[in-house]
Design a binder for this molecule. Sequence first.
Ligand SMILES: Cc1cc2nc3c(=O)[nH]c(=O)nc-3n(C[C@H](O)[C@H](O)[C@H](O)COP(=O)(O)OP(=O)(O)OC[C@H]3O[C@@H](n4cnc5c(N)ncnc54)[C@H](O)[C@@H]3O)c2cc1C
Length: 503
Amino acid sequence: MSTTASKPVIVVGSGLAGLSAAHEALREGALVRLLDRAPKPGGNSIKASSGINGAGTRFQRALNIPTDDSFYADTVRSAGSRFTENNPPGIDRGSLVEILTSHSENAVNWLADELNVDLSVVAQLGGHSVPRTHRGGGDLPPGAAIVSALLNKMKANPNFTLENSAEVDKLLVENSGAVKGVSYRTSDGQMHELEGPVVFAAGGFAGDVHGLLAKYRPDLAGMPSTNEERPASHGLLSTIGAALVDMDSVQIHPTGFVLPKGAGTSYNIVPLKKEDASHKPADPKSVSTSQLFLAAEALRGEGGILLSGSGERFVNELNTRDVVSSAIMALPQSTDKSMRHWEVILLLDPGACEAAASHIKFYLWKGLVQKVKVRDLAPEIIASIDKYATTVSEHGEDPLGRKSFGHWKLPPGDANREEEVCVGTVTPVVHFTMGGVAFDAKARVLRSTDGGKLTPIPGIWAAGEITGGIHGANRLGGSSLLECAVFGRIAGTEAARSLIVTP
Ligand SMILES: Cc1cc2nc3c(=O)[nH]c(=O)nc-3n(C[C@H](O)[C@H](O)[C@H](O)COP(=O)(O)OP(=O)(O)OC[C@H]3O[C@@H](n4cnc5c(N)ncnc54)[C@H](O)[C@@H]3O)c2cc1C
């Protein structure tokens, strides 16, 4: 007979990775203490706007995608040469990608069936061979929908305790080197100690501007970010010997919105509208210098195109994020020096606007996107629209290699002049950190031994953006929510099972 000891599973971080771990630990019958230093739960997960990947789902089948066996290959291709790096020695990147991709259908079903999250809309993001990024049809973005569904379900469970404004500042370690718990500080300044197996799900370091980001990627200084500024917690894991991997792999997302409400039009590029020939600079006071709203990749997936300062398409918008960002950053930088940025037009035709309606509604409300009749756009932009629309309508070959046109339906020529398109100005932004703590297929945190091998540290598991080794040089859009769900669930299960005592 086996019994579950009364110690709780301690989960650090209430983003999707931590919530997924907590959910599965509860399912295993464990008590769960979820600690988060932020005053509210959800972390960056709550902001996720494009969706979660799943290969082979019924939602794909409903879109006439009967099978999807290219997710593993797409992930490896996107990871680039990093995928074959044996650094730290012994890291098994292949098995992490295998687990991620082969558990993806199950993760989507879990969220849709057990937690009733609407994931019925499927878009094709950059680097994916087929549409596989799932989100809902309503106004609630996928991150917020998933986080609130999990929280609502678990709050009803008497075995679950969520404590916000509770910052873990140390891992408690046995003489043997095994982790036995955490120490944490609450908002009243009190220190507490808690014993139990630990799931570490404290997120990435894209917001740790003056800490890990500055250390590993000083070249990114001054660039705006989608992450709010916050110190990273990787150091707590380093103190117990956890190995770090790919720390200099930082994802630059190609599209953060530049123009805040009321700033008018673009200024370093062809004027968006005919009458805006004055190139008025935005009021610097109204331009955020650090955190920008993300222009979700789904906007391009649903049919949006990118136009350079001279009004021309210059890149396959559905290439991977690293490729699209590099193409933008090869263009002239903005002359507005309030932050280090570029200015590129993101343009959606009526078909794409409609398909991304819930996003567009929010961006219009924020003043980040405007609706403009084609006839009112600058002639260079109209010429590019006509050229692209001709390719789409004739099912022709795109000179830039784009293969999927999403929901674009705007015809070329005079027939489109009275139609309204959605336009915004975007720049590359620091977005996501691929690197992090080394972990294995059972979500165990790994340390390097003297013999040069990676071995699990007993008592601690990790999941989500704090981990490294899955995405290599470039994460595919939609794969972070997925890694949180897949490895968070594994970590929660494993941590709970470690409490089972067999006499
Ligand atoms: C604007 C935006 C849009 C995105 N859109 C998508 C998308 O559509 N699809 C996708 O797959 N990915 C997307 N991402 C990426 C994805 O949201 C994140 O990578 C993922 O949610 C990270 O989840 P996590 O659980 O690992 O960390 P987080 O959600 O960031 O949660 C970590 C939590 O840990 C807490 N914490 C940290 N240190 C401590 C400590 N010492 N003690 C206690 N608590 C601590 C933090 O307060 C935080 O609440 C997006 C990211 C952003 C910023």
